[in-house]
Every structure is written in structure tokens, then in C-alpha cells.
Ligand binder design. Sequence first.
Ligand code: HEC
Length: 140
Amino acid sequence: MKKTLRNLFCSAGAIMIAVVLFAFVAPQDQKAGAPWVIPAKYKSMNNPQKGKADAENVGKLLYAKHCKSCHGGLGVGDGPKATSMKTKINSLKTAEFQGQSDGVIYFQSFIGRDEMPNFEKKIPDEQDRWAVVNYIRTLK
Ligand code: HEC
């Protein structure tokens, strides 16, 4: 009887330790990002690289270098850094996301906000930026 009681306490202790550990390892509660406010100038921007397959390849390389760590290889928001963000990273594959204009995606990708870094300095070339947009279009 005594032994059973001790076993019971031990397992209760083990469960408690497991719960505490899990709280640290598991991703902390992430908030959903608010809707993006996109300036009109960006919304109506034309993509000068539209439909250019070469641009897609350049975009793929740039995406792998600068974006994949957070957005993941397939754009579903599961890169290694994603869990350390306070804001949930939405999938870039959804119809809702893909339904936005190229200019909106350009603004989100290179101007950014809060935890989504600004990439104007890291990707200074306009053609390169649109190449990334083209690559994002292939993720759907
Ligand atoms: C350090 C992590 C990080 C990196 C690197 C990063 N992003 Fe993000 N990105 C985020 C986070 C976090 C959000 C959500 C921000 C929000 O909603 O406030 C986001 C949002 C976005 C969105 C808007 C998606 C939506 O509908 O919510 C796009 C588009 C985007 N990123 C593109 C890119 C591109 C392109 C790159 C590379 C050039 C990149 N990101 C690099 C963290 C990152």
C-alpha cells in the first residue's frame, strides 16, 4: 500500500515536471496579425517582371536566403525561427493571401511591419524584389 502511494506521488511529480518543461519548449501563444494597412501607392503598383520565369529562379534563391528561416521552404510559415515570433506567420499559399495584388505582397515583403523585417536594404534591387514576388506566386 505504502509503495503504491509513493509511486503515485512520483508519477504526479513527473507529470508536473513534464508540464512545466513543455510550457518552455512548446511555442508560446502567438497573436494573429492585424489586417495590413497598405498605402494606395503600393496597392496599384505594377509588377514589371510579371510572368518572367528567370525572375522566378532569382526569386527562389533570394527567398531561400532571406525568407525561408521564418516562412519555411513551402511558405506555410514553419521556418525554424517561426516559433520565436510573437505574431503567427500566415501561410503564403492560401487563396486569401494569393488573392492580393502584387503591390500588396511587395509592401508586406519589403517594407514590412513589426516582426516582419524591412528588406529595402538587404534586397535593394527593384528587379530582385519583384522576382521574390513572382516566386511567392508559385507557392500556391
Ligand atoms: C524574422 C522572421 C521573418 C523573416 C526573415 C521574413 N518574414 Fe515575412 N513575416 C514575418 C512575420 C512574423 C510576419 C507576420 C507579421 C504581422 O502580421 O505583423 C510576416 C509576414 C509576411 C507577409 C504577409 C503575410 C500575411 O498575409 O500575413 C509576407 C508577404 C512576408 N512576410 C514576406 C516575406 C518575405 C518575402 C521575406 C524575405 C524577403 C520575409 N517575409 C522574411 C516574419 C519574417
